[in-house]
Write a protein that binds this ligand. Sequence first.
Ligand code: ZN
Length: 381
Amino acid sequence: MGSFYNSYSDDDDAPSPREIFAAAWDMFSAMFPTNESRIEALYERISAAGNVACNKCGCMELQRKYGSRVARCSACKAQVHFTSGTFFHGKRALGAIFAVIWLKELGVFFSKTQIHEHAKVASSTAWQIVTEIDMLISERLESDASAISFESSLFQPLVCKRSFATPAFKHPRAEQFELEKDLYGPPSPGPAAAPVSPPSKSTAVIAGLSGEEKLVFDLISAGPLNFEALLEATAIPYGRLSAVLLQLELQDLIERQPGDVYAVVEPKSAQPQSRRARPTGPRHMAPPGPLPSSANPAPAANRPLDDLDAELESLFTSVVRTLHGVSRKYLQLHLASYWCSVDRDRWPSGSLFDLVLHASALNRASIRAFVTPLSVKMIFA
Ligand SMILES: [Zn+2]
């Protein structure tokens, strides 16, 4: 993965995502120290991609001040916007847009907050810029023949941010449930329903949990969660949350998994065949239809899955360390953004600019309307 940085390994010597971003930003601001210099760089890229001409008389001799987005035609004196007819036309904060493209072309994975803080734009502007570009990358991802489909529930551990799609007074993960309910209908009650698992020794233990323990256990019961997500979802201070998790672990209610992820310990008596259907680790999207029989495992197929698990592990680590979790609504866009940062073969220098230049700008309403579908697409480099 010839990325700007090698990986987010747990190596103590490896720079943190924050340090990587800081180094990349230093490089950017050394090359383009002022807003004018950023607009100038954008002008050079746009004029290199096609001639910038007067749209009144077609004259290509334009007079333009350094760093200005407006030029004057030498022949007819009309005002010419060099962004005319491109994605950039009418956009404010051109310097920040250029910064976002430049950083992504370098393979840096960053948050909207980092753009807000460093490019000195409002957080809503940073949100708009990054989301819009991520939507374009996501469209490219979804149309790529090598994209793999996953159930979006696989990425539930990353979901800990609220969005407009989060049901009121519910944890952001409830979005997944609401979507599945819309698709599959509510679980049907009655005699045909799945057998209720018999009360186990843990039922009594769960009943005896303290308020905070119960809160944390309920969150983890909805699906595996990492420490950062739990911190954000519960607002329990760091040290106390660690103690609560340890208590739950000691009572055999939850277990700690790689990547600082906490999951519920399933009772051993409960339906062994259904354990495969509930992935505890990253897995391919399950094919529709009956569950595969556990009698014929396919060891040969495990090899690529192990590689995929490693890729997913890096993705989870990067997203948690850089974005501190995502909203379910925009999950697909974050996956696309991550893909762009690691897949340097498909995203060589200049390719993102080419994609953005000829794209039509998206309005705020269409960005707000975006909701990650139940089946997400991803490409691993
Ligand atoms: Zn003219």
